[in-house]
Write a new protein. Structure first.
Length: 231
């Protein structure tokens, strides 16, 4: 009892333990995890590892108009559309978010995200920093994770190692990456992907896995509310 004679007990203390446990289990709501960061930082490699760690999570596959790189599979790494098809789908409102980057279009199909959340699945979306800002307007209670390089020089090495751009385009991407690093403060978490021959640090994967687990274990879990972005 407190000084006023009122009980200090939790108002839910009269509920049985089984009811409390049932309530806590019922509070589990699907989460939207947005993984972003500069080009070349290793987002794809990290997400590939996370698929193994969390096979129950739906990973939204990005659509793009860029050419397919060796070893990439349509519908697994990306959906590869020609520009006309992509823009027609964009006009029809089929993308959760979309943006033009260096003359190429990228977008996350809306239906896969919405349907997964409706099924009760957590969702991982990989986008650039601009795309993360667009998603934040539509789903402010998503979980936004920024993947950062261990250093400026290391990021440049990663971009050169890919050998997917000519020198001018590579330096354009590097300049943009430096600008994107300035926006890290817009995110909930930052994870450093330190150098590794495979392109991904096990520690970075471990840290993001810990973030996912932490978010899943929170007592208060507000459902992901998707709103239409302003035009």
């Amino acid at each position: 009892m407190n000084a006023a004679g009122d009980s200090d007990e939790n108002p839910q203390s009269s509920i049985s333990s089984d009811q409390v446990i049932a309530d806590l289990r019922g509070r589990k709501t699907p989460r939207l995890f947005v993984i972003s960061g500069p080009s070349g930082v290793g987002k794809d490699a990290i997400i590939t590892r996370l698929r193994t760690t969390f096979p129950d999570i739906h990973v939204a596959v990005t659509a793009t108009t860029r050419p397919r790189r060796p070893g990439e599979a349509d519908g697994v790494d990306y959906y590869f559309y020609d520009p006309e098809d992509f823009l027609e789908r964009r006009r029809a409102g089929e993308f959760f978010e979309s943006a033009e980057v260096y003359g190429l279009w990228y977008g996350v199909p809306k239906h896969s995200v919405v349907h997964a959340l409706e099924r009760g699945q957590d969702v991982i979306v990989k986008v650039d920093v601009q795309g993360a800002a667009s998603i934040r307007e539509m789903a402010s209670n998503g979980v936004f994770i920024f993947v950062a390089p261990e250093s400026r020089d290391e990021l440049l090495k990663r971009l050169k190692f890919r050998k997917t751009e000519d020198p001018d385009e590579l330096m354009q991407r590097f300049a943009k990456a430096e600008q994107e690093l300035q926006r890290v403060y817009e995110f909930d978490y930052v994870v450093f992907n330190e150098h590794d021959d495979s392109g991904v640090s096990p520690k970075a994967v471990e840290h993001i896995a810990s973030i996912i687990t932490t978010e899943r274990l929170k007592v208060d879990q507000n459902p992901v509310a998707l709103i239409k972005a302003s035009t």
